[in-house]
Design a binder for this molecule. Structure first.
Ligand code: HEC
Ligand code: HEC
Length: 493
């Protein structure tokens, strides 16, 4: 009897806890106020949409399905897609335990697309299912038979093609298996250009000629001789090589507000929970799960791109077209927090232990401090002097590792800072430094990379592969044997 009462009490407490799951409000004026880092040169924070504007946007909560390479579709798949109809991506009322929420978040990560890029277009759908077309344009097939980054989206209006959101960039195939969060090494199909073009922006830029849309994506009006100014008069054929270069050679993607000239590699999201700042340039703080939810919203549908007096969108373009339910973004963030690295094949041995000693001796440990292998601090981009009134939340080491300062000084993601990245998982990352200029640890620690005759393995503009990778000179004076030991150690992390 006593046990039964106790049992009932425990059950009702559990039920109460489940009901009282505290889901942070995504667009919360208080949290937004001092979330972003002021941009270099202007020393103002980007403005944001108001809470009222945000919550007035219609909700989008729609399941999507993979696109298979012709011949790799499971039996009956096409009939299924055409019959299934619109289904909800997330059903919060059905989620009880943490595990349920994380599973739901996995689906949000995997299936979310960018609604503004959906197209119901029978001709495009036919091309997507044509072997001949894919052979002609050189589509890359993923090991699981899918076409990376593309989604089928059954909607009330019909079957649409969509561009994958988080999993369209934050997945790396390792040993033939997709590892969520681990970066990017598949390019999929050029047909994605029909959804995402002319704007890399997730916000539709109606009424703009392509050049102007590109300018809105990347222009930095307060930078003198802004390199993006030239976009205004460029035609699509001139853009493609630029984008191809940054996507293929940097393992990155010129995010809206970043730059195809100063790229950002797709960062590793495994271990993100322990990082204090978001983005290579610490565009935002990461104070807790609410900030990750906010960031996911920001990069998908809620970026206003206003910096003091500089407004990059016309008034009629400045709009949130849809939003995901707060619960979906909460589940997504819980899932990202739960990501674990793939099993590391590099086991510690004598060589790596010698490397660990070098890691201490060379002072790496001061910045890449265990257990996270980052001290979670910011360094200065070369040429940047932080203003005296910089936010107190920025934990700045007053030194520069002197890597390419372009991203930090000449883009809208430019804060003047580069954060000290975590080294956990460098063995699978595949691209190194904020721009992905080095394509292996061997290249990163090769002293010849400082010479102008160096042939870059990673990011370079078309025709400019011969180019030094400057900065971060730590460990470059080691002997060949020591270098191999240091790299062996890094690969065990
Ligand atoms: C088009 C490719 C693309 C898509 C889609 C995308 N990301 Fe990213 N993501 C990037 C790139 C590139 C960066 C690096 C940006 C920078 O450093 O300025 C990034 C940075 C991040 C970061 C910061 C990580 C860190 O350690 O600083 C997080 C978190 C993140 N993305 C989560 C998401 C989530 C969640 C989604 C889906 C809602 C998403 N991303 C969609 C390419 C993408
Ligand atoms: C003064 C602080 C500091 C010291 C000391 C330091 N690093 Fe770094 N490290 C950084 C910063 C900052 C970056 C990112 C620079 C950028 O993205 O432009 C970085 C990037 C890296 C990266 C690339 C990681 C990635 O995913 O892009 C590796 C690998 C690395 N450091 C290893 C080392 C090793 C090994 C040592 C010692 C030989 C060392 N670092 C010493 C600050 C430091």
């Amino acid at each position: 009897m006593g046990f039964r009462i106790l049992g009932l009490m425990v059950l009702s407490i559990l039920a109460l806890c489940a009901q009282q799951r505290a889901i942070p409000k995504v667009w919360d004026e208080n949290a937004l106020k001092d979330w972003a880092t002021p941009v270099a040169g202007l020393n103002v924070r980007p403005s944001h949409f108001s809470e009222k504007e945000y919550y007035a946007a219609p909700i989008d909560n729609v399941r999507t399905y993979p696109v298979y390479y012709p011949g790799r579709e499971p039996e009956g798949y096409w009939q299924f897609l055409n019959a299934v109809g619109e289904k909800p991506l997330i059903e919060p009322a059905k989620l009880k335990t943490d595990r349920d929420w994380i599973e739901a978040g996995k689906r949000v990560f995997e299936e979310s697309d960018v609604p503004a890029m959906r197209r119901i277009d029978p001709e495009l759908a036919e091309d997507m299912r044509s072997l001949e077309v894919h052979r002609k344009i050189g589509t890359q097939v993923s090991p699981d038979g899918t076409i990376y980054g593309m989604r089928w989206v059954p909607t009330k209006m019909g079957l649409a093609l969509g561009a994958g959101n988080c999993a369209g960039c934050h997945v790396r195939y390792i040993g033939g298996k997709p590892v969520h969060g681990a970066g990017f090494n598949m390019t999929g199909t050029p047909l994605i250009g029909q959804l995402a073009f002319p704007a890399a922006s997730p916000i539709p830029l109606h009424g703009d000629p392509p050049g102007m849309a590109f300018y809105r994506n990347y222009g930095v009006p307060w930078v003198k001789d802004d390199i993006h100014e030239r976009f205004k008069t460029m035609q699509p054929p001139e853009f493609f090589p630029l984008f191809g270069a940054s996507i293929i050679t940097s393992g990155g993607f010129p995010r809206w507000g970043g730059s195809p000239y100063y790229t950002t590699k797709v960062p590793d999201l495994i271990g993100f929970k322990d990082r204090k700042y978001i983005d290579h340039t610490a565009t935002h703080q990461h104070r807790g799960i609410g900030d990750l939810m906010r960031y996911a919203a920001l990069v998908t549908f809620a970026e206003a791109y206003e910096f003091g007096p500089h407004k990059l969108l016309r008034d009629d373009q400045r709009k949130i077209y849809f939003r995901q339910p707060d619960e979906a973004l909460y589940a997504l963030a819980l899932y990202i927090y739960s990501l674990q690295p793939p099993p590391n094949p590099n086991k510690p041995d004598e060589k790596s232990q010698a490397g660990e000693k070098l890691f201490r001796r060379e002072g790496c440990i001061g910045c890449h401090t265990p257990p996270f292998y980052t001290n979670n601090k910011l360094t200065l981009a070369e040429g940047f002097t932080p203003p005296p009134d910089r936010p107190k939340a920025l934990d700045v080491l007053e030194i520069s590792v002197r890597t390419d300062p372009g991203l930090a000084l000449k883009t809208r993601k430019g804060t003047g800072y580069y954060k000290v990245p975590s080294l956990k998982g460098v063995w699978y990352r595949g691209h190194y430094l904020h721009d992905g200029a080095a394509a292996s640890l061997e290249e990163m620690f090769d002293p010849d990379r400082l010479k102008d005759s160096h042939v870059r393995g990673g990011f370079h503009l078309p025709g400019q592969e011969k180019q030094a990778i400057r900065g971060h000179e730590f460990g470059l004076k080691l002997s060949a044997e020591e270098r191999a030991q240091l790299i062996a150690f890094l690969k065990t992390l």
